[in-house]
Design a protein around this ligand. Structure first.
Ligand code: GRG
Length: 298
């Protein structure tokens, strides 16, 4: 099987896994449950759960029963952030992943609640890992929960979003330092969560988990720079959303600050560093995944 075929198989597997963990659309609160499921099942690369599982396997993890609730939980958190980011009060986007955004389909009120619901349900889901854990796995699940909460929170992704939203509304000229803060928190934090949780649940110790955090940081920054590059050079058809939106919105990006050539070089450099930190060989799926997501076209 080549890399693309293996990737398709693994993504399909994650789609099924997500369906197993998503809530049933029933009860008086059915509408919000439908909006949550619409948002999560809208496609997407499933990068974070993919990375989590591959790192888990790379670190010698065996019991996937404690891993799977975390894979679903992280994708729920990622999806909630997209739903809220698309809202009229934030980016006001009508399309995401080639489909109408949640507030366009369900209304703004329900989209806010669907985001809230997904964030909370993510933790309800992750805690299901305690049901199947045994012995030394209990502290691993607790450690993974701690990372999940911190990386998604005000010192993680939300912190990055606050800085981004505030800088944009003030129309300020962002310093390179502030832009890096935004990327580190808004984008890299959840990728760090994915890889650290994969390692922690596999039983990796403190130092190896710090190494995973560093590699994930490099991947996260490279991933965001590639996102900025695609907004300039990408195709709307492939991306499923309009291109050139950063420039239209007067938004400063890595590309507008450093130029296209340095951006491309930095993506290369950061991905090479991550691969070296993880000591990956070219034939491993994780090597292929990192290379693919950094050179991706969507
Ligand atoms: C609302 C708290 C809050 C945070 C929003 C995720 C986010 C923060 C904003 C979305 C806009 C953006 C460009 C964020 C940077 C991270 C990023 C590139 C997200 C898109 O992730 P992909 O490419 O999306 O993995 P898919 O659709 O493939 O899942």
């Amino acid at each position: 099987m080549n890399f693309e075929e293996e990737l398709t198989d693994k993504v399909q597997d994650i789609e099924q896994l997500l369906r197993r963990y998503l809530p049933k659309e029933e009860g008086f609160q059915r509408t919000v449950l439908q909006a949550m499921n619409y948002s999560v099942l809208g496609g997407g690369k499933r990068l974070r759960p993919l990375l989590m599982r591959e790192v888990f396997l790379h670190c010698g993890g065996e019991n996937e029963a404690i891993l799977e609730p975390f894979m679903a939980a992280l994708e729920m958190i990622h999806t909630y952030s997209l739903v809220h980011d698309d809202l009229p009060a934030m980016d006001n986007d009508d399309y995401r992943r080639g489909r109408r955004t949640t507030h366009v389909v369900y209304g703004e009120d329900m989209a806010i609640l669907a985001g809230d619901g997904l964030l909370n349900y993510a933790f309800e889901t992750a805690m299901k890992a305690f049901d199947t854990a045994s012995g030394t796995e209990y502290p691993r699940v607790a450690g993974a929960l701690r990372v999940l909460a911190a990386k998604a929170g005000v010192y993680g992704m939300i912190g990055g979003q606050v800085c981004d939203v505030e800088s944009e509304s003030r129309q300020e000229v962002i310093s390179a330092e502030k832009l890096l803060f935004i990327h580190e928190h808004k984008t890299a934090a959840l990728i760090e969560a994915a890889m650290m949780i994969g390692g922690i649940l596999a039983g990796a110790g403190e130092e190896p988990v710090r190494g995973l955090e560093k590699a994930a940081y490099d991947i996260g920054i490279a991933f965001q720079i590639q996102d900025d590059i695609l907004d300039v050079t990408g195709s709307e058809e492939v991306l499923g959303k309009p291109i050139g939106s950063d420039e239209r919105n007067g938004k400063q990006t890595y590309v507008s600050i450093y130029g296209l050539q340095k951006s491309v070089e930095d993506v290369e450099g950061l991905s090479r560093e991550a691969i070296a930190l993880l000591k990956l060989t070219e034939d491993s799926f994780l090597y292929g995944l990192i290379t693919w997501l950094i050179h991706r076209e969507k």
